[in-house]
Design a protein around this ligand. Structure first.
Ligand SMILES: [Ca+2]
Length: 284
């Protein structure tokens, strides 16, 4: 009798474990496929002490680097990374032998509490203006900092700081104009223990928010973990990396700036940031 009961109990436990643990297993890359890429000769760039979460570069080869972001509370914090100080660094790809340099932020004092995560550039072809959009996990809440880069003095001058109730767990940003952008909220929960539960159960409550310069709304939702976001120069598509689904999702940008799913590119690995090929506009 006991054996007869054991069989259905094991079957039920197996189904339960499959649905409960699968999202966590996928996110942790335990089923990952490994591909061998040969990008060419690599060397470490001096001056980036605590790693980098994102890098963006101008058409003429200036790379802006975010460093000092702390590990998410759902991960086991590494004491080394907890010592990091938030900075924006600059690396000139035309002078690759040089080390990075830290960019000064104006007005003075605005660099306090900076914990930069995702980055995006907006380059005005006519005026030459370069704007850097920075996801900042400020101690008083997430925000998007919009800086103007002053090339002559290598300064980032703060133009505006965008806070909105819909920007609460921001991971990455893509500039669509001088003051407009899409941003990903990688999770819905804000409290650390709820984040752990959400990461574990993966209920797909993550979303993408559009900010039009004065207000924001959810442009797309239902992501397991919306991470990197980018757009081709044409601006008619938006690419979103869903780390939980291990895929890049391609969206059509509608006239009201909401996003409509066009296709999904499965990559069999936990995708983070996405770049854009400057020649073709394709995600890379
Ligand atoms: Ca990211």
């Amino acid at each position: 009798m006991a054996n007869k009961l054991l069989v259905p109990l094991v079957a039920v436990a197996a189904v339960f474990a499959h649905f409960v643990f699968r999202p966590r297993l996928q996110f942790g890359d335990q089923r990952r496929a490994v591909y061998n890429h040969v990008p060419g000769t690599c060397r470490a760039v001096e001056g980036v002490v605590h790693g980098s979460e994102d890098i963006v570069r101008t058409r003429d080869g200036l790379a802006f680097i975010s460093t000092g972001v702390r590990p998410a509370p759902v991960l086991t914090p590494d004491p080394w990374y907890l010592q990091g100080v938030g900075k924006i660094l600059l690396f000139d790809l035309k002078n690759p032998g040089d080390a990075v340099r830290e960019l000064k932020i104006e007005p003075e004092g605005k660099s306090e509490g900076l914990e930069p995560h995702g980055l995006s550039l907006y380059e005005n072809q006519e005026s030459g203006e370069i704007r850097l959009f920075v996801v900042n996990h400020h101690k008083d809440g997430d925000r998007i900092e919009i800086f103007r880069y002053i090339r002559q003095s290598a300064i980032l001058r703060l133009i505006r700081s965008v806070q909105h109730p819909l920007l609460y767990n921001v991971n990455d940003v893509v500039a669509m104009g001088t003051d407009s952008f899409y941003a990903t909220n990688d999770m819905y929960s804000v409290r650390p223990w709820l984040k752990r539960l959400e990461r574990f159960l993966s209920p797909c409550w993550s979303n993408v928010v559009y900010y039009n310069g004065s207000d924001a709304f959810a442009a797309a939702d239902g992501f397991a973990f919306a991470n990197g976001i980018n757009a081709p120069p044409s601006g008619n598509l938006v690419y979103v990396c869903d780390t939980g689904r291990q895929a890049v999702q391609v969206f059509q940008r509608l006239v009201d700036n909401r996003l409509q799913m066009e296709r999904e590119i499965h990559l069999a690995t936990s995708v983070d940031n996405v770049d854009v090929c400057p020649d073709t506009g394709a995600p890379v």
